[in-house]
Design a protein around this ligand. Structure first.
Ligand SMILES: [Zn+2]
Length: 483
């Protein structure tokens, strides 16, 4: 169904509207949702310009969407009850909104268990549901089920396509999509979005690495979508076949979110002769994409933006729940504004990010965002010798060291059953013992734990040992018995 008030025709060619744009030129994305499937169009958003008081998305769109969902979704009503707020109180102003308790994974799982398979949060008749996706379930706490109506899928694909177009992707592109098209959201939603841009999508996820490369060469792929580890792996296989990756013709590498050092970005772009872009996505439909500046430009990290008419994504201090200022780190909470089937508000991502306020990115966009290359998990924690170790803390320390390109950690018990932590770092050529000693000393000071640090220089062998196609490759392995 096409909504007459949906208007993509006036969107400016750049990302979002610039400060000097006239109001009629402001990019508005998807603006209406039907009222609970009854066909009545409701205005969701008047403009995509985030207000000064609420820099994370379109406040009017958010509040209209929330008031309606609170009437229709027992799940949202329960969220209000947990928060001790009425719907009207929650949307009174941004400070009141920040008192609305986030939607957490266990809330979603309990809701599904109570009313399988879609939970009480379903706001359209089941036959209207079009796409069902699952979270990866890697935490062992159960799989979230998320779903889109046919109209949701259309809106979402157009919104994602718009993000991809900002990266320069269009009908002339051939895209090698290495993610499997499975139950997880990433592969299939990318497929829809790239197809929406008019690009040709090579669904190479199920092929061997060699056949992937054959397809890339045969069809003249311009864009490679992969995990950072798999980008490295393909480069090695390509070089082994006698062809430097730079000769493949790939102009754009689009990678899934992971913390990445500035050096990895620089070296990978040089090796492939291509520009790196990043996207952020969760199964609940929270998404952000690099702008045309990519993961790094002019020596600074890029930005993953979202369209404020499509999503309100807040970055809050995990302790106080208060919104953070431009440049500060906090937890990302996401609210998609274009979903009628499963309206969710303030979904906790468990990811710690750095907020980039509207117009802070050098691209000049008024779309808010988060810093590219520095998204970290908040909740992961290991206990070693009774001491809590947060990978995010270790990672932050390591990635500050210019000589460290990558790292991996193994927690194990030695012959005497002592707990040990072995840290291997991929170092820039020419840096070894001194680096290992420095890293070990710094980490001991930061965490109170002694790390056995080994420096490695062989980038090819490193990527063979760490490559995988999992969307979020784990750098931490815990081999202790009973953990
Ligand atoms: Zn930007």
């Amino acid at each position: 169904m096409v909504h007459p008030s949906e208007d993509h025709g006036h969107a400016p060619s750049g990302l979002g509207a610039r400060a000097g744009d006239q109001p009629h030129q402001v990019a508005r994305g998807c603006q209406v949702l039907r009222d609970g499937g009854r066909g009545e169009a409701l205005p969701l958003s008047r403009a995509s310009e985030p207000s000064a008081a609420f820099a994370f998305g379109d406040w009017q769109g958010l509040t209209a969407s929330f008031v309606r969902a609170a009437r229709e979704s027992p799940f949202v009503a329960a969220q209000l009850e947990r928060s001790g707020l009425s719907a009207e109180q929650a949307v009174a102003n941004p400070p009141a909104w920040s008192r609305l308790r986030p939607t957490r994974k266990h809330d979603l799982i309990a809701d599904q268990d109570g009313a399988p398979p879609y939970g009480s949060r379903r706001c359209v008749p089941a036959p209207e549901i079009s796409l069902v996706v699952e979270s990866s379930g890697s935490t062992g706490k159960g799989r979230e089920v998320h779903y889109l109506s046919r109209d949701d899928l259309g809106r979402s694909s157009r919104a994602w396509a718009r993000y991809l177009e900002e990266m320069g992707i269009g009908a002339e592109d051939v895209v090698a999509l290495t993610f499997p098209i499975g139950m997880a959201g990433g592969g299939v939603r990318h497929w829809y979005a790239y197809v929406e841009t008019g690009a040709k999508v090579l669904r190479v996820g199920g092929l061997s690495s060699e056949r992937k490369l054959d397809a890339i060469r045969y069809y003249g792929a311009t864009t490679l979508v992969a995990t950072p580890a798999y980008v490295d792996r393909l480069a090695v296989i390509c070089a082994e076949s006698g062809c430097p990756p730079g000769e493949l013709g790939i102009r754009r590498l689009v990678v899934a979110t992971q913390s990445l050092s500035a050096e990895w970005i620089e070296e990978t772009e040089r090796l492939w002769g291509a520009k790196l872009f990043e996207w952020y996505g969760t199964s609940a439909g929270i998404a952000a994409f690099c702008c045309r500046l990519g993961m790094a430009a002019d020596g600074r990290r890029g930005t993953l933006h979202w369209n404020p008419a499509v999503a309100a994504q807040e970055v809050v201090d995990p302790r106080s729940g208060d919104p953070v200022a431009d440049g500060q780190r906090g937890e990302l909470l996401g609210t998609p504004l274009i979903n009628e089937a499963e309206p969710l508000f303030r979904v906790s991502t468990g990811d710690e990010v750095r907020f980039v306020a509207p117009r802070s990115c050098p691209c000049g966009s008024n779309w808010p965002g988060i810093e590219s290359g520095t998204v970290r998990r908040l909740d992961a924690m290991f206990k070693v010798k009774g001491i809590n170790v947060w990978p995010a803390q270790v990672e932050a320390t390591l990635l500050e060291d210019r000589e460290v390109l990558d790292y991996r950690v193994r927690i194990y018990q030695d012959g005497g059953k002592r707990e040990r932590v072995r840290l291997e770092v991929l170092a820039r050529p020419g840096h070894g013992d001194e680096l290992a000693e420095r890293v070990s000393r710094t980490l001991q000071g930061e965490t109170g734990i002694s790390f056995e640090v080994v420096a490695n220089h062989d980038r090819e062998r490193w990527s063979q040992a760490t490559a995988g196609e999992a969307a979020k490759a784990s750098r931490w392995v815990d081999e202790r018995i009973g953990t």
